[in-house]
Design a protein around this ligand. Structure first.
Ligand code: CTP
Ligand code: MG
Length: 221
């Protein structure tokens, strides 16, 4: 299958990092680089990279294919703003909070999206999944029926733009792009993700990220 003609990488990096508690998360350092620097290095090959920054934060130095835009109050709004000026046939939306981008997963996404127009990486749940009831153990769900969804998420740019327009018109919000695309009635393909692409979210994730940074190679197995 031929690779897509052009790829725009959209990086929502405008969050406040409230759960991590270290200020805007994209600028938190792991292994001597900011989370955003990890992501920019991983996508240096892309035709363009567009990054949404928190309001009032000045753009850091970056390569010529990187553009910065002011983010919105919600992640979805940040992605909508990134999408407005994007020119690629395919867009890859990737959280700045996921510093470890596994190239094999990106390869799988690019192959899948070329055929289906929408593809996202998923990983299985390692733990038992329950619905707590007032702080006590509640019903256990069958974890084999569920998956955790990661980024990057890959779409034909026009499909994602239509999904965002519909969501805006209907006043719907979602925590990822695939939900918006699915709401169009457009099928979203799943490809195997990788647990190393975890989202740095809680304080203890920083210790995991530091440890992984020490053994990270450009093309990890
Ligand atoms: N994000 C964004 N614009 C927002 C909110 C979030 O671009 N208004 C981005 C974050 O920068 C992050 C990604 O969306 O790269 C995933 O969000 P999350 O992990 O929730 O990051 P934060 O919103 O920064 O963290 P928290 O929810 O703990 O405040
Ligand atoms: Mg958030």
């Amino acid at each position: 299958m031929p690779p897509p003609a052009t790829v725009s990488v959209l990086v929502p990096a405008a969050g406040q990092g409230t759960r991590l508690g270290r200020g805007p998360k994209a600028f938190v350092r792991v292994g001597g680089r900011t989370l955003l620097e990890w992501v920019l290095a991983a996508f240096a090959w892309a035709d363009e990279v567009r990054v949404a920054l928190p309001p009032g934060v000045s753009p850091p130095p970056a390569a010529a294919n990187v553009r910065f835009v002011p983010g919105g109050a919600e992640r979805q709004e940040s992605v909508a703003r990134l999408l407005e000026g994007a020119g690629g046939d395919v867009v890859l939306v990737h959280d700045a909070a996921r510093p470890f981008v596994v190239p094999a997963v990106v390869d799988r996404l690019l192959v899948a999206v070329a055929g289906s127009g929408a593809a996202v990486p998923v990983v299985p749940l390692p733990d038992t999944l329950i619905e707590p009831e007032e702080g006590r153990y509640g019903p256990a769900l069958d974890r084999s029926r569920y998956a955790l969804v990661q980024t990057p998420q890959a779409f034909f740019r026009e499909v994602l733009a239509e999904a965002h327009q519909l969501a805006r018109a209907e006043g719907r919000t979602a925590t990822d792009e695939a939900q918006l695309v699915q709401a169009l009635g457009y099928p979203v393909e799943l490809v195997p993700g990788d647990r190393r692409m975890f989202k740095v979210t809680f304080p203890e994730d920083l210790a995991l990220a530091e440890a992984l940074a020490r053994v990270w190679e450009e093309r990890p197995e």
